[in-house]
Ligand binder design. Sequence first.
Ligand SMILES: [Zn+2]
Length: 125
Amino acid sequence: MNCPCCSGKDYMDCCKPYHSSEKSAPTAEALMRSRFSAFAIPNGGYLMETTLPAKRKFHNTQDLQDWGEINQWTKLEIIRTPSSDQVEFKAFYTDDDGKPQLHHEHSLFKKVNDRWFYVSGKFLD
Ligand SMILES: [Zn+2]
């Protein structure tokens, strides 16, 4: 199966080792890609685990899982990585009404004890 993050690689050789905790994502961009894939799979637990512990109270594992499930995740585009801890991306998906949607976000990540975490994101037009 092609990895949902649109890397062109097989899921087994791309985001799966991160989802199954065999490896941790080496860069903020790799973590971002694996989080997009985690919406597509979906894997709400992974989305929560890769959120900075101090920010987890703003999220809910079941909501993340449900959000992954109700939408069809069609494409991820990394727009730019202005610094090692920032990623701007566009996530394309089809909602449960069959309408194509675009989520454009500038995200902030943080490395703690050699692991990358998602901190927060600013939604863009
Ligand atoms: Zn991937």
